[in-house]
Design a protein around this ligand. Structure first.
Ligand SMILES: [Mg+2]
Length: 327
């Protein structure tokens, strides 16, 4: 019989994290542990208010499965027992972790993906004045980051992006508006981004109002984040987006995320891999998806004042995987 535990944790941030929806100074996560045969699988998720989730609602969802989990519920059964979202991700991740340990293996081997020595990833510049954003971008560039993700709201677009581009002329820049822009003037705004050499624009319009994206030829790729949760989202994205941002907290875990990545690529969409604010536990569960992703955006733990035990080796702009890893 499995022993199941579920608990919330609050992790303070090193500095405030500001996006179009507002700022925050800490992140609440929910952790699941599954103990079986002397082994313990761990999974973590970040409940997200944008998707109607709280730590309490996510804990309640997981607790509703307690009996079945204790009796050995499988990952396949889990996919039908909970909807896509943070709760299913925490359990799915814990089941993958338990499976890895039982087989004396790891996620790379279980998913048939070759483990790289390191993974290049984006470092995020959160919303501030043009000057502060530009100096923040320059500091990340000087510390080794080559891909920067610029958070944006609906103000000072030109001022902020021109200042940042001037500070880091050679950096690859991606912009995330988190649904804060409007369809009026969007084509011109996209042209501005293209002229500044921005490599991609993430979720400019609200998910429920993204139809106007089909009305003009995009001068740069547009990526669906809030508009793309699982494979069920894909039919609505055609003609509007060229890329999808896959996050385990949206797909409800690696199981559906792998299926979504394959289906998206088969539909001609490029893949980006993202995360919520979280600890290394949540990032570890997503690592096999870095293979085949055009952009990897897994810097959540770098915003924490302190990461969880067994933290991944984050350097500025990359995760180093080669050291201290059991073969
Ligand atoms: Mg996003």
């Amino acid at each position: 019989m499995r022993r199941v535990k579920v608990w919330p944790e609050v992790w303070p941030l090193r500095v405030p994290f500001v996006i179009a929806r507002g700022g925050r100074s800490e992140v609440g996560v929910v952790v699941v542990s599954l103990e079986e045969e002397g082994l313990t699988g761990i999974g973590e998720c970040t409940p997200y208010a944008r998707y109607g989730e709280t730590a309490a609602s996510v804990q309640a969802q997981i607790t509703s499965l307690l009996d079945k989990l204790e009796q050995g519920m499988t990952r396949e059964q889990l996919q039908h027992a909970l909807p896509a979202g943070a709760a299913r991700n925490a359990v799915d991740s814990a089941l993958w972790d338990l499976e890895s340990q039982k087989l004396n293996s790891d996620l790379w081997r279980l998913t048939d993906v070759v483990r790289p020595v390191s993974v290049e990833m984006a470092q995020t510049v959160s919303i501030d004045s043009p000057e502060v954003m530009a100096s923040g971008a320059l500091a990340l560039w000087q510390n080794g980051a080559r891909l920067l993700k610029i958070k944006m709201d609906n103000a000072l677009i030109t001022e902020r992006l021109v200042a940042i581009r001037a500070a880091v002329p050679e950096a690859t820049l991606i912009v995330d508006a988190n649904e804060s822009w409007h369809s009026e003037g969007l084509a011109a705004r996209c042209q501005l981004l293209a002229d500044l050499g921005i490599a991609m624009l993430e979720q400019p319009l609200p998910a429920a109002e993204d139809a106007p994206l089909a009305n003009f030829i995009h001068p740069l790729p547009i990526c669906a984040d809030e508009s793309c949760h699982t494979r069920e989202s894909l039919p609505q994205l055609a003609g509007r987006y060229e890329m999808v941002n896959i996050k385990l907290d949206k797909t409800g875990g690696l199981t559906e995320a792998l299926a979504l990545a394959a289906a998206a690529q088969a539909a001609g969409l490029e893949v980006m891999l993202g995360c919520m604010l979280c600890t290394s536990r949540a990032i570890s569960a997503a690592l096999p998806l870095t293979s085949g992703a055009r952009f990897v955006d897994l810097d959540g733990p770098t915003w924490l004042a302190q990461d969880a035990t067994g933290a991944l080796d984050f350097r500025c702009g990359k995760i180093v995987l080669s050291e201290g890893f059991a073969q």
